[in-house]
Design a protein around this ligand. Structure first.
Ligand code: ADP
Length: 431
């Protein structure tokens, strides 16, 4: 109904009422009394309608909406329209909420929503299963009241969104979880827990496989290498037709032995960080020793200079740290022309100390830099093989530095040279 028509009807109703009261009052010479009676009748009618409205609002059923005409009819029909719209919106929201709950329940990963005070607001079914949360008991509880694991407590407090944490599932040490945090809304956090038990099992199988294969190859390669050496000696005394093939066989066997040794070293580094010795290593001395050694690598090596301005020593494993310096310097030598320059520095930078290996060699394209520490990644596999490279050197360097709580940074420009920096943290340094 047009809302204006209700007003017009109401207006005419009042006019007619006043007119009747006036006419009756005039006939009986009681105009004021009849006008008062008309006003009372009109007020009682409105009071009655207000009561009906109030009753209906107490239990608003769309089917029971009072039927009326005029202004009251307008009011009822507007309420009917609004309540219909409201109930449709409610239905839509309920359907959306059901769909949302169903989809989060289907998620294989646990999700727990935390408020700004780290209290649990909500979690899905996987979170109940993986983290042992109970909807009736745990919603509204501070998360840290439920997880006493010190690593988890520190992880939640730190709230570093780039970091992940590996923990055993509460009440099941065999199940491993990877936990990460994601911020959302106003200081709220979503905690995500993924079951990584299977992934870790496959990872362990892969590592064991590589370690076992490498170990099994060691003995046959030593035997083959020994026979080749013997053959080289006897061939030297004979007519020398096999000399060249034997040289190539010896080179390739040496390369395979190097790959096997590197793979075994990587496997050891991955499996047991506790075995890393903790001695005070004089890095300045090591820089001098390795540069001296590398100058004797051949006649066509570039100039190599060692510059140590720091006297700090690194707490760590001498063999491993020597392997870091040697790998980086040998790489620099291999990728720098004879007329170029390789500089090895050991210096302090504030609380940290840096081991830098800088060369003026061929440099590395920016697309390769993020992948250099992957196993077997080589910019030019053919040339690396020619030079006796295994593609494992920088992977070993990265792992050893991780064992020393330190990291490798690589800067390079094609045609200008490279700078490899090992950044040692203060907790690993002694003056
Ligand atoms: P490789 O045994 O091939 O040297 P690494 O893991 O030590 O294996 O190095 C990976 C690749 O990184 C190398 O193949 C080479 O292409 C590149 N690289 C390493 N150091 C340098 C450097 N100083 N200059 C240019 N390229 C380098």
């Amino acid at each position: 109904m047009n809302p204006r028509s209700g007003w017009i009807q109401e207006f005419w109703r009042i006019v007619v009422l006043i007119a009747i009261a006036w006419a009756a009052g005039s006939i009986l010479d009681q105009v004021y009394l009849f006008l008062l009676l008309a006003l009372l009748a009109y007020s009682f009618r409105n009071l009655y309608n207000l009561r009906r409205l109030s009753n209906w609002l107490g239990n608003p059923q769309f089917s029971d909406i009072p039927i009326h005409f005029g202004l009251w009819g307008d009011i009822y029909s507007t309420i009917a329209r609004v309540s219909l719209r409201q109930s449709e919106r409610e239905k839509r929201l309920t359907a959306l909420l059901n769909e949302y709950t169903a989809s989060t329940s289907a998620l294989p990963d646990g999700a727990v929503a935390l408020d700004s005070r780290r209290r649990i607001r909500w979690f899905n079914e996987a979170a109940s299963r993986l983290l042992g949360l109970q909807p009736a008991k745990d919603v509204g509880q501070p998360l840290l009241n439920l997880f006493r694991n010190p690593e988890m407590v520190e992880f939640i407090r730190r709230a570093d969104y780039a970091d992940t944490l590996e923990i055993s599932a509460p009440g099941n040490v065999d199940r491993k979880l990877e936990v990460r945090l994601a911020p959302y809304g106003d200081e709220q956090i979503l905690l995500l827990a993924q079951d990584i038990t299977e992934r870790l099992r496959h990872e362990r199988m892969r590592k064991d496989f590589v370690a076992n294969v490498s170990h099994e190859l060691r003995t046959p390669l030593t035997v083959i290498g020994g026979f080749i050496e013997n053959l080289q000696v006897s061939e030297g005394q004979a007519d020398g037709r096999l000399k060249r093939p034997l040289v190539v066989m010896a080179q390739q066997t040496a390369r395979m032995r190097q790959i096997v040794e590197d793979l075994l070293l990587l496997a050891r580094l991955e499996s047991d960080s506790a075995r890393t010795a903790k001695k005070e290593i004089d890095m300045a001395w090591m820089v001098g020793a390795v540069t001296l050694e590398c100058r004797t690598l051949g006649v066509d090596v570039p100039s190599i200079e060692g510059k140590s301005s720091s006297t700090r020593r690194v707490i760590g494993d001498e063999k491993q740290l020597r392997s870091v310096v040697t790998n980086l310097v040998v790489n620099a030598v291999n990728h720098t022309p004879t007329e170029g320059m390789v500089t090895v520095k050991w210096r302090d930078q504030g609380e940290e100390s840096l081991l830098e290996v800088i060369d003026t060699g061929e440099g590395i394209g920016p697309e390769h830099i993020p992948r250099l520490t992957e196993r077997f990644y080589r910019v030019d596999a053919g040339r690396s093989r020619e030079r006796g490279g295994t593609g494992l050197g920088l992977a070993i360097v990265k792992h050893i530095l991780q064992h020393h709580d330190s990291r490798l940074e690589i800067q390079s420009r094609l045609g200008e040279g490279s700078r490899f920096v090992c950044r040692f943290v203060s907790s690993r340094l002694v003056d």
